[in-house]
Design a protein around this ligand. Structure first.
Ligand code: ATP
Ligand code: MG
Length: 213
C-alpha cells in the first residue's frame, strides 16, 4: 500500500570508552546491564588511543588493546568495537569520541557508559559542558567508589542516569599486577583474553626470566 510507515524510532547506541588494558568482566557486565536497561540497539566499545590521564604508566600498544576488546565482545551480537580513538592522532578526549560517533551515526541517541570513578572525573575532561549535548551519560556503580549526589551537581539532571550493576571488584590494574606476578587472571577476564595475554607476554616483568609461569 501507499501508506507511509511510522517513523522508526532512533537507534539507541551505547558507547563504552576505556583503556581496556586488559578488558575484563567488570567492563562487560556494565555494558550488558546498560544495554538491557535502556534497550540499546548496540554498545560500541571504544579503546582509547593515547590515554592522556594515564601518562604515569606505560599503556600497552593500542593494537593489543583493540584486539583483546574484539576477542572479548565477539560473541555478543549487540557489541562491537570502534577504532575511532585508536585511529585519531594525539591524545584521546571523550568529546572527540562522541563527535566522531555522531558523524558516523547522525540519527542515533548516544548513551555514554562510565563507572562511578570515571563519572566523578568528568569535569576534568575537555569541553565537559559540551559532552552532555552529545550524549546521555550513564554512571554504573563500581566497588570502592561512591556515587553521591554532590558529584552530579553540575550535570544537567535529564542527561545522566545512575544504574546499579552487579558488583565486580575487578580492575585492569589488578589484572596487570597479577599477570606480572605470575598469578591467575582466569575468570576475571574472558578466556580468550587470558590466552591473548599469555601468547603476547603482556604485563610480564622484564627483569624476570621468561617462560616461568
Ligand atoms: P585501570 O585500573 O587501568 O584504570 P579499569 O579497570 O579502571 O582500568 P578502564 O579501562 O580504566 O578500566 O575503565 C573503562 C570504563 O569502565 C570506566 O568508565 C570505568 O569506570 C569502567 N569500569 C571499569 N571497571 C569496572 C567495574 N569493575 N565495574 C564498573 N565499571 C567499571
Ligand atoms: Mg580506570
Amino acid at each position: 500500500g501507499a501508506h507511509a510507515a511510522a517513523a522508526p524510532s532512533p537507534r539507541r547506541v551505547g558507547v563504552m570508552g576505556g583503556t581496556f588494558d586488559p578488558i575484563h568482566h567488570g567492563h562487560l557486565v556494565a555494558a550488558s546491564e546498560v544495554q538491557a536497561w535502556f534497550d540499546l540497539d548496540e554498545v560500541v566499545f571504544v579503546p582509547t588511543g593515547d590515554p592522556w590521564q594515564k601518562s604515569d604508566r606505560t599503556v600497552s600498544p593500542a593494537e593489543h588493546r583493540y584486539l583483546m576488546t574484539v576477542i572479548a565482545t565477539a560473541a555478543n551480537p549487540r557489541f562491537r568495537v570502534s577504532r575511532v580513538d585508536i585511529d585519531r592522532d594525539g591524545p584521546t578526549y571523550t568529546i572527540d569520541t562522541l563527535r566522531d560517533l555522531r558523524a558516523e551515526l547522525p540519527q542515533a541517541e548516544l548513551y555514554f557508559i562510565t563507572g562511578a570513578d570515571a563519572l566523578a572525573d568528568i569535569f576534568t575532561w575537555r569541553d565537559a559542558g559540551r559532552l552532555f549535548e552529545l550524549a546521555h551519560f550513564v554512571g554504573c556503580t563500581r566497588p570502592g567508589y561512591d556515587m553521591d549526589a554532590s558529584m552530579l551537581r553540575n550535570i544537567p539532571e535529564d542527561r545522566v542516569t545512575l544504574v546499579e550493576i552487579p558488583a565486580l571488584a575487578i580492575s585492569s590494574s589488578d589484572c596487570r599486577a597479577r599477570a606480572t606476578r605470575g598469578e591467575p587472571v582466569w575468570y576475571l577476564v574472558p578466556d580468550g583474553v587470558v590466552q591473548y595475554v599469555a601468547k603476547h607476554a603482556l604485563y610480564r616483568d622484564p627483569s624476570q626470566p621468561s617462560g616461568v609461569a
